[in-house]
Design a protein around this ligand. Structure first.
Ligand code: BES
Ligand code: MN
Ligand code: MN
Length: 458
């Protein structure tokens, strides 16, 4: 059967199978979901076998298994390594979901469930593209290696060990990832830049134990006040990060790139609508897309301490905590930034408190040229899938693995994302537009087919 016909005639079957995948609550951060993680890994392995991969392995790791598969039956043809993740973020807060997070539901042309956009839906696009190629053509037109991990949302700790132990085996002409977004509805996109991410936690201790605020208030340090003062000092009036050296290594955007990024069909109105705040804010001198794709930031992610229950409790807490992160851009070095952040924060804290400073994870930014012929193939494939020309974008999110692969293997990394920025990844009512799910299957099938016409690297 012809490829397009096969894909068209299997829409229902593909979608129903995705629903099965989404019903598995493969939340990587919670140990109670360990059996679900195992189940999801098995499910992926089974579908890879179904798609005709010759070798499929569930590789145990210290934490969650990764699934690896290969089909190497196209000698002389290019080899791609596809990477994705089957783990998802926790669904909480549950009461804000219109339909339950692990009971996938279609509404208004969108499929709602945790993992639809990030990243099970996008992984499934590739599984079904491979299956369709195999069914329509009898064999895959290129060599494919597939690596789908279960720890992406908790920092991919085991992944790099597996990659370095299997460097030879994982060799490929290109890395292919679908774990990003399109610029907007109807705008197929290829992402050539991501921000890096350092994640921190600090704990500040004042009094040795909680104190009665009437008996002691006025004569003792309050760690919550001190944290508030601290964080208030970390940005200036122009929304620049107020940490000495923070911007020292930031690469300036070329005029050509600024022009290209600012003339994309990006809609400020939609962005504002998605944000939903009364007004936007951000670093002076930069457009909104520059702020979220190309500029480093410091964000508070959570702050807690003292009494937060019902009613009142007059207390001066002993401790206060905060989680915060810095998004990084080329050529900032995560280790150097972590040192600068810690040094500056220590210098701002008064002698009245002690602080524990932890760096929970680090990840490098990534930007790469898209001149390799594979990007033309990708662009053409997206045009076949969506009937529109694909644009090249950068994004503000982080996939530290892409940088590691790019630095280690020096291969082109092709990021074709099928999510949309307003699809609530990591939030309640996460969804994927069905047109993008189906358009994705078509695009990826055509992409792999198109690659067969490209020359494999020697
Ligand atoms: N798929 C996202 C990364 C992403 C989101 C890229 C939006 C481009 C646009 C990934 O699953 C993710 O959530 N990454 C985390 C960092 C990771 C180390 C936990 C992020 O960006 O916060
Ligand atoms: Mn993801
Ligand atoms: Mn994610």
């Amino acid at each position: 059967m012809n490829l397009t016909k096969y894909i068209e005639s299997h829409r229902d079957a593909h979608l129903n199978e995705l629903l099965e995948f989404l019903r598995i609550p493969s939340v990587s951060t919670k140990s109670e979901h360990k059996p679900d993680i195992e189940r999801a890994a098995k499910w992926v392995a089974e579908k890879l076998r179904g798609a005709g991969m010759d070798t499929v392995e569930i590789v145990p790791t210290k934490m969650h298994p990764l699934v690896y598969g290969e089909s190497l039956e196209a000698p002389g043809k290019p080899t791609v390594l596809f990477y994705g993740h089957y783990d998802v973020q926790p669904p909480e807060p549950l009461d804000l979901w219109t339909s339950p997070a692990f009971e996938p539901t279609v509404r208004n042309g969108n499929l709602y469930a945790r993992g639809t956009a990030d990243d099970k839906g996008q992984v499934h696009i590739h599984l079904k593209a491979l299956e369709s190629l195999r069914q329509a053509e009898g064999k895959l037109p290129i060599n494919v290696k597939v690596m789908i991990e279960g720890e992406e949302e908790v920092g991919s700790e085991s992944l790099w060990g597996f990659v370095t132990e299997n460097k030879q085996r994982l060799k490929a002409d290109a890395l292919v990832v679908s774990d990003t977004s399109m610029l907007g509805r109807g705008v197929p996109s290829i992402t050539y830049g991501l921000r890096g991410l350092n994640y921190y936690q600090i704990g500040v201790t004042g009094p040795a134990q909680d104190l009665h605020s009437g008996v002691f208030g006025g004569a003792v340090p309050n760690p919550i006040t001190i944290l508030c003062e601290l964080f208030a000092k970390l940005h200036d009036k122009n929304f620049r990060v107020n940490i000495p050296g923070f911007y020292d290594d930031v690469a300036t955007l070329s005029r050509a790139e600024r022009k290209a990024l600012n003339s994309l069909p990006w809609k400020e109105k939609e962005f504002r609508k998605t944000v939903g705040a009364p007004e936007l804010c951000g670093e002076k001198g930069y457009s909104i897309v520059e702020r979220v794709w190309c500029r480093p930031t410091l964000e508070l992610n959570g702050i807690w301490g003292g009494y937060t229950g019902e009613g009142s409790k007059t207390v001066i807490p002993s401790k206060a905590y905060a989680k915060f992160s810095t998004r990084l851009v080329p050529n900032q070095d995560p280790q150097k930034i972590a040192r600068l952040v810690e040094k500056h924060i220590r210098s701002l804290l008064p002698k009245t408190v002690k602080m524990k400073f932890e760096v929970l994870s680090t990840g490098k930014p990534w930007v790469a040229p898209f001149t390799h012929p594979i990007f033309k193939t990708a662009q053409q494939a997206l045009e076949q899938g969506f009937g529109k020309k694909a644009v090249f974008i950068r994004e503000g999110g982080s996939i530290p693995f892409v940088t590691q692969m790019y630095d280690t293997f020096k291969v082109p990394c092709v990021l074709m994302g099928f999510g949309l920025p307003d699809e609530n990844a990591h939030a309640p009512d996460e969804h994927i537009a069905l047109e993008n799910y189906f358009g994705g299957i078509k695009s990826i099938a055509h992409f792999y087919e198109g690659l067969a016409k490209l020359e494999a690297a020697a």
